[in-house]
Design a binder for this molecule. Structure first.
Ligand code: 13P
Length: 288
């Protein structure tokens, strides 16, 4: 199966009371690990690509071609979306040109009128091309690839205004943060989530900052309209940890242990396990 948009997979998730995971990719190893687990678990999956990660991989076109070719070589049958994560207005257009199947336009740092105007234009463009569009209201806290958010809580009225533009899915800040959560984190604001859900339903919602949110909060958020959950840092942490252990154990110095295919293998296995666990928690297993 070729790339698909988020529209059908997220609507099914919304109606079925589960969420589809967006796992961010950085390179071939990340992509392969996530696709293999999605196929093994018969789960739909979203490959998230930040503008920084696209630049690291030398451009949107390289990413699109790598992912498309891998769907074929790995004989992937589950629905896979290639989604721009926190795209700028310019980045969104470049990713669309390169063949991404889904776009997040993050206009949350603009005044709301400008966010609405730009989102509206990109909704029209993505509808015309059969792509899906994720919009954002109220910056997500923390820092990701140079995008710094202030940990805002979104205004439900602004969420309604953006949702009414016909976006596929809406990301709204509810106290979630990218990266590790600080020890004094107050948790997700379910009161605000309920208010947002009440006025935006049936538009599915996105929960960013999926790393480190306690399982019970994740399940509760899913029961309140969250149909897509983004995970990035967690895969990076488990990859780094497994790689460090391999080197600390001196395995790179044994035989051909320095071969990147061996050196990176424990990290790849760690990503696979993290993705398996998230898919089980989100309820997307066997939903392809
Ligand atoms: P984490 O890095 O906290 O998992 O957040 C990922 C994310 O929200 C990507 O947009």
């Amino acid at each position: 199966m070729g790339l698909v948009s988020l529209t059908e997979m997220c609507q099914k998730a919304y109606q079925g009371g589960y969420a589809v995971g967006q796992f961010n990719i950085n390179n071939l190893e990340w992509t392969k690990a996530i696709l293999l687990v999605a196929e093994e678990q018969k789960s739909p999956v979203i490959l998230g690509v930040s503008e920084g990660a696209a630049k690291y991989m030398t451009g949107y076109k390289v990413v699109t071609e790598m992912v498309k070719a891998m769907l074929e070589s790995l004989k992937i049958t589950v629905p896979v979306a290639l989604h721009l994560d926190h795209g700028s207005y310019e980045g969104a257009k470049l990713a669309i040109e390169a063949g991404f199947s889904s776009i997040m336009f993050d206009g949350s740092h603009y005044p709301i009128e400008e966010n609405i105007a730009k989102t509206k234009e990109l909704v029209a463009l993505s509808n015309q091309l059969g792509l899906s569009l994720e919009a954002e209201v109220g910056a997500i806290g923390g820092e990701e690839d140079g995008v710094i958010g202030g940990g805002e809580i979104a205004d439900p009225a602004e969420c309604k205004a953006v949702s009414d533009l016909g976006v596929t899915i809406l990301a709204a800040g509810i106290g979630n943060i990218h990266g590790k959560y600080p020890a004094n984190w107050k948790g997700l604001n379910f009161e605000v989530l309920q208010k947002i859900h009440d006025v935006t339903s049936p538009t599915p919602l996105v929960l960013h900052g999926g790393t480190g949110i306690p399982d019970d909060m994740v399940r509760r958020a899913i029961s309140m309209g969250v149909s897509k959950i983004n995970v990035n840092t967690e895969c990076q942490l488990v990859f780094a940890d497994a790689t460090r252990k391999y080197i600390e154990a001196g395995k790179d110095l044994e035989g051909k242990g320095f071969d990147p295919r061996k050196l990176l293998a424990p990290g790849v296995e760690a990503i696979k396990q993290a993705v398996r666990e998230k898919m089980a928690l989100f309820g997307s297993v066997q939903k392809a």
